[in-house]
Design a protein around this ligand. Sequence first.
Ligand SMILES: [Zn+2]
Length: 418
Amino acid sequence: MKANYIIITRCCIICTKAKDKMLSYKLRLYPTKTQESKLDDAIESCRMVYNDFIFESRLAYKEGYKINFDELQRMIPYMIPKDRVYSKTAQMVLWQFYNNLKVLSSLSKRGKRTGKLRFKPKSRYNSINYNQSGFKFLPDNKIKLSKIGKIKCIIHRTIPRKIKEIHVKKELTGVWYAIVVCENECKSICSLLRKKIIGIDVGINNYCYDSDGHVIEHPQILRNSEEKLKRSQRKLSRKIKGSSNQWKEKLRLAKIHQKIKYQRNDFLHKISKYYVDSYDTIFVEELKIQNMVKNHHMAKSIYDSSWNSFFQKLEYKAANAGILFTKVAPHGTSQSCSNCGRMVKKTLAIRTHCCPHCGLVIDRDYNASLNIKQRGTDNLPTGCREVTPLERTPLTVACMIYGHVISLNKETDDFSRK
Ligand SMILES: [Zn+2]
């Protein structure tokens, strides 16, 4: 069954580093034309400064010395007009420049091939940063930004008080966002004493299969829009470089990409919420996606699945709800039998697990999810492990409508809700 997706455009939590205890909220901004031109001006000024830093450091390098942070910082007031850009925003450009240098040097230390920092063209510089000050949330759904003014903004979610910084970003489609980075107040994990444990196995044919027998169909978001994308890219390649028609087609293409992004995020938010709401302990596999995409036949499907993003969402939602989310070692989860524990070798094409030793016949992914659950449970402290043995249920057909997993097998559903 084809699922319909509600597109989130106004606000959503976009990313998090649960370990760093930071949480980002993405709010849609509605600047007036004057405010928009002010924002554009500020971004352009910051871009010029960034490029100037690269130029100065290259010049110094040619003359045989290394320019340091303080010297560049002293240059900032002469580079940026004070009435256009908030002083701290300008300083953040320098931090960004230095962070990029650090990344380059750490990459080259690890033996990777690196080049030099490149000058940023207009298309690659689209945000400014307000760090710790220069912004204020007003009660009438407005956000006050220094040097810009009061911008209309829909805040339909309570934002924690400890705001670290705000990135003001312009998408290629001309839509403005404020990305609000806050300190995350994670709850302590209290789920270990409860027993609703789930193991989730992600895949390409079905998006995921859990140890309670629920299947979530793969939404095939990229595949569904592939034809549109191809057509737009083909049209774009035929346009004259720099013409207004090329610009229009670029915009059309960007909108298609944006829609794909919204649909994917929407889907991932819904299923991650479903699992966090329904279970107390969640186990997934620790996947090495960089190694997996080396298989060129599956790379597109793997990227389309965005498993990392799914796990990230599960991780921060679990941290916020105070439940346990853990990744277990992936080796042999689909090969070993969940009933007797012996290895049953099979290729990717074989979708059913038939164990010659104990006679178990179940879906391959279901077997993997049971193994993930078992492996996760084994790692728990002894007192917290589930005492009831794993119950094997017949294969169920489930589908997902508007983010709800519906099991067509009544028994399985009852078991999972216990
Ligand atoms: Zn077996």
